[in-house]
Structure formats: structure tokens, C-alpha cells
Write a protein that binds this ligand. Structure first.
Ligand SMILES: Nc1ncnc2c1ncn2[C@@H]1O[C@H](COP(=O)(O)OP(=O)(O)OP(=O)(O)O)[C@@H](O)[C@H]1O
Ligand SMILES: O=P(O)(O)OC[C@H]1O[C@H](OP(=O)(O)OP(=O)(O)O)[C@H](O)[C@@H]1O
Ligand SMILES: [Mg+2]
Length: 288
């Protein structure tokens, strides 16, 4: 039986469970449940703190886990990313009081607070910078400067709202561009390709199917035969579009996948060209 860790709380918890449900797996109905057995798929899910997930997976106690890339890197666990899940996007960055301009070099001799001290120490070492101290906090890191604990922070930035609210500005390169990832243990020697067992590959492929489906929409439209070539140049599909006859012999029905971000401009172009009944629908899952 496959053993899979899922965040039990925080930003990643709901979207991770929703994605697993969409991929056909049973998830908990009670927010306090710590395990769920999905006998139909031969998987047991363990609901753990997002911070602990890479530790369980890296030690081999669990086969797979969903966590943030930043958390996995901070843990130092020997894990390998199988799938980028497309949610929980954030940037882990330095920030300091907005009254002055900051450069990473200014952190020399400064007190830095962060919930990810290992990432901070590694990044400062890579820059050859010696801080006065790096203090580990559990959360609400943005307040530590006004409370006098730190001169600067390194923290997760989503919309940037929390930094602005506390009069802070981000500076320096992004230390970790994070999102939710499906991880497994990295048992391979350096330079070797990890061997992925079939049940692990299957769960990864099902999640990949949902992630990809969310990045596309299905477009259907009717088009005069005389415009088909120009219309299919606008919607080439993945391999090529499906073209089916209509009862009216001068018209055809066309079906093609289109990247979600391009759906509206593509629909505008088709309507402009002379296509009718241009419909966009969601795709739930796919294997491409
Ligand atoms: N505001 C945000 N926007 C986007 N991603 C975020 C945000 N806050 C956290 N994350 C991401 O979510 C993951 C887990 O962070 P989360 O805040 O849920 O855990 P936590 O801090 O341990 O839990 P909690 O905040 O409930 O105590 C990390 O990968 C982080 O990058
Ligand atoms: O850029 P924003 O969209 O404002 O988001 C960033 C904030 O979100 C997270 O906090 P969370 O709510 O997880 O609380 P925590 O600090 O206690 O973890 C993160 O630690 C930042 O504080
Ligand atoms: Mg948090």
C-alpha cells in the first residue's frame, strides 16, 4: 500500500486535498482526521504539518508527500520533486524597513529573523555574508522588526500585502521561488536517475493529469468549411484539432485544447474570423 503525506493545516491543505479528490482519491471528511484509507486505490493518506512532510518522506517512512518547495529545501531532507502542482506560489525573500534602500551586502552584522533559518544561512554563506545572528521564528515574522528582535527578515511573500502593512520592502534576488510539489525520497546516488516504483508513478501521473487539465480549456466552435484552414491555424490543438461534419454541408464543428491564459483572445479571433457558437469548457483531468 502506498503511503502519502498531505498537509493537515495552512495554505496548502485545502488545495492539496481538492487536487487529490479531483485525481480520484478519497480524502478526509473531518478536518481533525489524521489518516484516511483509500482501499480502492490501495493508498493510505497521512495528514501532517506541512513542515514535517519532507522529513517523513526523506527518511523513507512515507512514499510520497505534498509540501512547499521552500519547506522541503529548509528541511534538508533527501527528497526529489516529481510534480509541480501549480498552487501555493510564493517567493522567499529578504525584507527590511522601507525608510532606507537595502542590498543583500547590508545584512553583514545584522540580526535576521526567519521561519526558514537554514535557507537564510545557506544563502548568506553563498554571498559570503556573516550576519550577527539568524533567529528562527515560527510565524508572523514581519512583526519581529518593529518589536526590536531583528533588523531584517527573510520571509514568504505571496501578494506582498503583509510586507506593505508593516512598512517593509523586499530586496535581493528571490531566495526560493516556491510552489506546492509532490515529493518522493531521493534514493539515487549523485548523477544517477532515481528509480520510481509503478504505484508512485501512477499517483504522480494522475496528479499531473489534473495540473495539466487546469492549464487548458476545451474550445468547441462551428466554422464555415471555407475558413477551416485559417481557424485551425488559430487553434492548432495539441496534435491537431478534431474536425467533424455538421448537418449543414458547408459547415464543420471544431474541437481543440487551448492554454487557459490564451482562451479569451483566441475566442475573440475565432469570432472575428466568422466562427459561431464558440464554447469554452473546463477539462477535469487528462493524459497527454
Ligand atoms: N501567503 C501565501 N501565499 C502563497 N503561499 C504561501 C503563503 N503563505 C505560505 N505559503 C506557502 O505555503 C506553504 C506552507 O506554509 P503555511 O503558512 O501553510 O505553513 P505554516 O506557516 O507551517 O502553517 P501556518 O501558517 O498555518 O502556521 C509554504 O510552501 C509557503 O511558501
Ligand atoms: O504576501 P502575503 O500575501 O501577505 O502573504 C505572506 C504572508 O503569508 C504567510 O503567513 P501565514 O498566514 O501563513 O502566517 P504565519 O506567518 O503565521 O505562517 C507568510 O508567512 C507571510 O506572513
Ligand atoms: Mg504560514
Amino acid at each position: 500500500m502506498l503511503r502519502v503525506a498531505v498537509p493537515n493545516k495552512g495554505t496548502l491543505s485545502e488545495p492539496a486535498a481538492a487536487m487529490l479528490r479531483e485525481a480520484g482519491y478519497r480524502q478526509r471528511t473531518e478536518a481533525r482526521d489524521l489518516t484516511v484509507l483509500d482501499t480502492a486505490n490501495d493508498v493510505e493518506f497521512f495528514f501532517l504539518r506541512p513542515k514535517d512532510i519532507a522529513v517523513y518522506v526523506g527518511s523513507g517512512e512515507l512514499d510520497l508527500g505534498i509540501t512547499g518547495r521552500d519547506l522541503a529545501q529548509e528541511s534538508g531532507a533527501e527528497v526529489h520533486e516529481l510534480v509541480e502542482l501549480g498552487f501555493g506560489h510564493s517567493s522567499f525573500r529578504y525584507a527590511g524597513p522601507a525608510e532606507r534602500e537595502w542590498h543583500v551586502a547590508d545584512l553583514a552584522g545584522k540580526r535576521i529573523a526567519s521561519a526558514y533559518p537554514n535557507l537564510v544561512r545557506a544563502d548568506l554563506a553563498a554571498h559570503g555574508i556573516e550576519p550577527a545572528e539568524v533567529t528562527r521564528l515560527d510565524g508572523a515574522v514581519e512583526i519581529s522588526i518593529q518589536l526590536g528582535l531583528a533588523d531584517a527578515i527573510a520571509d514568504v511573500v505571496g501578494s506582498g500585502r503583509t510586507l506593505r502593512q508593516h512598512g517593509l520592502v523586499a530586496f535581493g534576488d528571490v531566495i526560493c521561488a516556491s510552489q506546492a510539489v509532490l515529493i518522493t525520497r531521493n534514493g539515487a546516488a549523485p548523477g544517477e536517475t532515481p528509480q520510481i516504483a509503478q504505484p508512485v508513478r501512477q499517483l504522480a501521473n494522475r496528479l499531473r493529469g489534473v495540473v495539466l487539465a487546469q492549464q487548458y480549456v476545451m474550445l468547441d466552435y462551428d466554422c464555415p468549411r471555407s475558413l477551416l484552414e485559417r481557424a485551425t491555424a488559430i487553434t492548432p490543438g495539441l496534435e491537431s484539432p478534431t474536425v467533424a461534419p455538421l448537418a449543414e454541408p458547408d459547415w464543420v464543428a471544431v474541437r481543440a485544447m487551448v492554454p487557459r491564459a490564451e482562451a479569451n483572445p483566441v475566442m475573440d479571433a475565432l469570432a472575428e474570423l466568422g466562427a459561431k457558437a464558440v464554447l469554452a469548457s473546463d477539462i477535469r483531468s487528462c493524459r497527454l
